[in-house]
Design a protein around this ligand. Structure first.
Ligand SMILES: O=C(O)CCC(=O)C(=O)O
Length: 339
């Protein structure tokens, strides 16, 4: 290939060799269940007790849910999606100015997942941004398209507030004080992955992103409204999370699984690709501050099970998570279990 990114304007008629998964690791798209969807929860409901209950049930059974009437102005979400598409449509020479394979960079365009470590690549380009505090990071964000900084700034503020509201509901659903999670997580970091999955000549042979869990606390995903691709693992089977009008997809990250003493699940999920249409998603990750001490909430350890996980700092967890391969089959939290 003559450029590093997939969004170079080249159309491939066959999948390049380096993207082809061995037979046993392929997505087997015909076996994915379409008949069930992850719960859709109306955050605009006045029945808070019911909303809290629905969120708790979803976190236990699916680790995923979708929210509507979420308070993020729909125009801002729409503009976010549009400016992200505009970015990936820029000429490849323009985009390549931002390219880096170095995961420690706080702003970069890259491709696949981790080009330095992986043996098979993924059919994805992505723009990775740090988003909090905004005044520290916005200056390094792309200035082309010229509206990018302004739109993404507005979006980040709204999504952060939505995340905090959901964290309150999650705390309450576990029978904890409303501010419990917020207090433990401290001044939360916020990162964004703008994922672009070009149309792929042979979607059966590869992934946009292979199965993984998220190492952070909470993820808020803006899905392409027109093209499906997200799938979550439920009872050993992959389940498609098809786009739901004006909804965000929310998932529990590894830190909420630990803090809830394993009651809530940080579930494996993946993105598959599409033969005729590109797909875009915008993942916002709320992360504990580095020195946050993560250990199961005491009231949740008092039913005879004790604490399933040992205490650790988020910095320790994050380092361990990224020292492994994304497709390691074991959940990273297994390494933090009390014997
Ligand atoms: O594109 C998607 O639907 C999933 C994205 C995702 O899992 C991620 O960015 O970590």
């Amino acid at each position: 290939m003559n450029t590093k990114v997939l969004s170079s304007g080249i159309r491939y008629s066959t999948l390049p060799e380096s993207y082809i998964r061995p037979e046993s690791e392929r997505p087997r798209l015909s076996e994915v269940s379409e008949c069930e969807n992850v719960p859709v929860i109306d955050l605009g409901s006045h029945n808070r007790i019911q909303v809290v209950q629905q969120i708790g049930d979803a976190c236990k059974c699916y680790g995923f849910f979708q929210v509507i009437n979420h308070g993020v102005p729909l125009g801002i979400a729409k503009e976010m999606g549009e400016v992200a598409y505009e970015f990936f449509k820029l000429p490849v020479e323009e985009k390549m100015k931002l390219y880096s394979d170095d995961p420690s960079r706080t702003m970069r365009l890259s491709t696949s997942f981790n080009m330095n470590k992986e043996t098979v690549h993924n059919w994805r380009d992505y723009l990775r941004l740090h988003c909090y505090p905004l005044d520290k990071y916005v200056p390094e964000w792309p200035s082309n398209p010229h509206t990018f900084k302004e739109i993404v700034t507005k979006y980040c503020k709204e999504v952060r507030e939505l995340g905090f509201r959901i964290q309150e509901h999650i705390s309450e659903s576990l029978g904890l004080e409303k501010d419990y999670m917020k207090n433990v997580l401290g001044e939360q970091g916020q990162h964004m992955a703008v994922n672009y999955y070009p149309a792929c000549p042979e979607p059966e042979l590869t992934y946009g992103l292979p199965g993984h869990t998220d190492p952070n606390a909470l993820t808020i995903l803006l899905q392409d409204q027109n093209v499906a691709g997200l799938q979550v693992l439920k009872d050993g089977k992959w389940l498609a999370v098809n786009p739901y009008p004006d909804a965000f997809v929310i998932n529990i990250g590894d830190q909420f699984q630990a803090l809830s003493n394993g009651i809530y699940k940080s579930v494996w999920h993946r993105a598959v690709v599409n033969v005729d249409k590109p797909r875009l998603s915008v993942a916002s990750f709320l992360c504990p501050y580095d020195e946050a001490l993560i250990s199961p909430a005491k009231p949740l350890t008092e039913n005879g099970t004790g604490a399933i996980y040992r205490g650790y700092t988020y910095a320790e967890y994050y380092k361990k998570f990224w020292s492994r391969d994304l497709v390691d089959k074991e959940h990273c939290l297994e390494l933090f279990k009390n014997n």
